[in-house]
Design a protein around this ligand. Sequence first.
Ligand code: LMR
Length: 333
Amino acid sequence: MRRLILASFAAALCLAPGLAAAQEPIIIKFSHVVANDTPKGKGALRFKELAEKYTAGKVKIEVYPNSSLYKDKEEIEALQLGSVQMLAPSTAKFAPLGIKEFEALDLPWLFKDEATYDKAMKGPVGTWLFQKLESKGISGLAYWDNGFHMTSANRPLLVPADFQGLKIRISGSKIADRYFRDVGSIPQIMAFSEVYQALQTGVVDGCENTASNYLTQKFYEVQKDVTVSYHAHLQYAVIVNSKFWNGLPPDIRKQLDKAMEEATDYTNSIAVKENEDALAEIKKSGKTTLHYLTDDQRKAWQTAMRPTYAWAKGRVGQEVLDLVAKELYIKMN
Ligand code: LMR
């Protein structure tokens, strides 16, 4: 009897490594459109590192940066189809899903600083917006920060009249479309991966983005003048295919949630500094001229773009505007 028990114990020991080897890791494809050396790029890599560590290799995260797997619009379709499991698109890109409410976050000079932005997204606004995604088979896990937008062209953009007639690339939000129209320019939606060439060849005259994106996509090399306007905010929603996510074994999902929480804290803690460093590098390159608005110039932009606020109601609806206004203690109209 004792011999039998020992024999089966030994057999189990031999079998165990074989069993483990046969178990394939769960693959999570995480696609995004920016460079690795940006807040989002670094956040994705940090998530990979933590997720693989906490699940002891049971999950493998494949990060595809720089639109290497999908471009802007395609990636959201791919997520719904389950061809990719995780994304972190800018919140300006949800309109093709029929969800326009996120665009409220693109209102010009909405957040007076990073702390205000952070408070809003951690509170009811962030939660309410994520609920909008659920009916589309998408779940929101976190918001990642990438700071404030600058604007550029091949001429200094200092007063609203400087925008007159310029074709400006925007990423998707009709709110951005509207505020650029308010100052007389002609906005055009274009995938992120196509912007550099469009600027270089003159398909568009200008664009808006954060310093880390200007640097890593080399936009500053094909724009003579960059205004450090910080007129609107860029943030991402880290999203997953709900069916895939809810189907994960609960213990695995718990570890992934933990990894996401830590990766989110990390990303949001580096965003401001990453953009400051990127701006310093752009300045050092000498390849473009940086402009800073005077108080009067900023006020002139704000006045010229103000009609966007009244217009926004018809686009994003009163409910989200009221939520944001309440959270930020501001008046929308
Ligand atoms: C853009 O298209 O300009 C941005 O959404 C890119 C990004 O993801 O930072």
